[in-house]
Design a protein around this ligand. Structure first.
Ligand SMILES: Cc1cc2nc3c(=O)[nH]c(=O)nc-3n(C[C@H](O)[C@H](O)[C@H](O)COP(=O)(O)OP(=O)(O)OC[C@H]3O[C@@H](n4cnc5c(N)ncnc54)[C@H](O)[C@@H]3O)c2cc1C
Length: 404
């Protein structure tokens, strides 16, 4: 339920998720070691009967929606059905608002599953990010200044490069952060559509250097029974359209800034967005003589479905070591990023063994286990102590996973 408070009456600190800020990314539900978090088609909620206040879910939440607490009488704790019906958090009852501390991490509580898990801290040399400058109550407005298809016209997947301009509105971002888009309209139950999250694909100084703009890499989600709400809204935007934005979000999936740091980037599809942002940041700073290496593993079904294929191919070979994997090229064997990583195992192992290497994995949720197993395989086959290395990578903010 959260924390018990010594007041003479039975007041508890109930852990709640703010439905106005939550972007329904499922991170909290995945992280909770005791399955106290669940969701319906509308809200993510915390079961007060199960939650033990271990707060394992708090650091990974990209928006901070998870970090909400209300003092309630134990007998009047909000049920999960109450929470499913909320559009906003209830106010704190003043009469039971005893001064309390938000619980510290409960070391006795079980920790998050060890089969998954990247860092919940940023690299030591990362710049300080701004987060949640714009919220549902006070969002930012951005103007669409570009919307280009990245995938071949004949390819089944429609992935777009969308450029948003914030004009005079401050919207500082870092590579690896994301923004939330509020699509217009309401869902079947009459509620406003919730925000969807999109990784920023441009570096901190703008899609166009010196401009107050950023880019997204958006895949149109289409189903037989209906299409994804926000991705179709975004992919159909025209130049001059105005979009409602919240964020920025994300304070751990950030790039290191020390010059000899290496980036090992593994992605599929739109997971290329943060990799493009980081790569472009490094490319623009090439003249400064930074010595860190960039190694990229990038998977797609075919060459025509690989976003940024052309620009990627024109990057200098001594700047980035690019390895592509195509799983559906006619007449060729299926190759996934894990296969190509194995082919380059010696070089991957060398990077893994270097304390300046930072690993980033982004793309479809299904890739995460396979990539982690491959990293483990490569480490073990090169006499690296994987459990110790993995723990060190996580602790030092050098292993970042963002799959959706
Ligand atoms: C941290 C993070 C970063 C992200 N970055 C990106 C990014 O850079 N680019 C990007 O394109 N996406 C990104 N996403 C995903 C993005 O937020 C959205 O989830 C995605 O665009 C789909 O949203 P939607 O509104 O179009 O679909 P929704 O309407 O929300 O539908 C989403 C899901 O619901 C199910 N669904 C919906 N309708 C149907 C139906 N009719 N039949 C069957 N199933 C259905 C499917 O599982 C579908 O995938 C990111 C997500 C996270 C959490």
């Amino acid at each position: 339920m959260g924390a018990h408070i010594e007041t003479g009456i039975d007041i508890v600190r109930q852990h709640l998720i703010d439905p106005e800020i939550c972007i329904r990314c499922n991170t909290c539900e995945e992280t909770c070691p005791i399955d106290a978090i669940t969701h319906d088609g509308v809200n993510y909620v915390v079961n007060a009967q199960v939650c033990n206040g271990c707060i394992a879910c708090v650091p990974p939440c990209p928006t901070g929606a998870i970090d909400n607490w209300r003092n309630v009488l134990r007998s009047e704790a909000y049920s999960i059905d109450d929470q499913f019906g909320w559009d906003a958090l209830p106010a704190q009852h003043e009469e039971i608002n005893a001064p309390v501390e938000v619980p510290a991490h409960n070391d006795e509580a079980p920790v998050a599953s060890d089969t998954v898990g990247g860092s919940t801290v940023a690299p030591w040399s990362a710049a300080r990010p701004y987060v949640q400058l714009y919220t549902h109550k006070a969002p930012a407005l951005a103007t669409v200044v570009g919307n280009f298809r990245l995938t071949d016209a004949a390819a089944p997947s429609d992935i777009r490069h969308i450029v948003l301009d914030f004009g005079a509105l401050p919207f500082p971002v870092l590579e690896g952060q994301s923004i939330g888009i509020l699509p217009p309209g309401t869902s079947a139950d009459g509620r406003a559509h919730h925000a969807r999250q999109y990784s920023i694909a441009s570096p901190r100084d703008g899609e166009r250097p010196g401009y107050n703009n950023l880019s997204l890499t958006v895949k149109r989600v289409q189903h037989e029974d209906g299409n994804g709400v926000c991705s179709n809204y975004l992919c159909d935007l025209k130049k001059g359209d105005v979009v409602t934005v919240i964020g920025p979000f994300g304070n751990t999936f950030l790039m290191p800034n020390h010059p000899d740091s290496h980036l090992l980037m593994i992605c599929t599809g739109t997971g290329s967005a943060p990799m493009r942002a980081m790569t472009e940041y490094r490319r623009r700073r090439r003249a400064t003589g930074e010595t860190g290496k960039l190694m990229l593993f990038f998977g797609a079904r075919t060459r025509g479905e690989l976003p940024y294929f052309g620009p990627l191919m024109s990057l200098p070979k001594d700047f980035i070591d690019t390895n592509l994997a195509f799983s559906r090229t006619p007449g060729e064997a299926k190759r996934y990023v894990q296969d190509v990583m194995r082919e380059r195992a010696d070089d991957v192992a060398q990077l893994l063994g270097d304390g300046n290497t930072h690993v980033y994995v982004c793309g479809l949720r299904g890739m995460e286990d396979g990539v982690m197993q491959t990293l483990e395989f490569i480490a073990r086959s090169h006499s690296l102590d994987w459990p110790a290395l993995w723990e060190r990578l996580r602790r030092e903010g050098r292993l970042h996973l963002e799959t959706y």
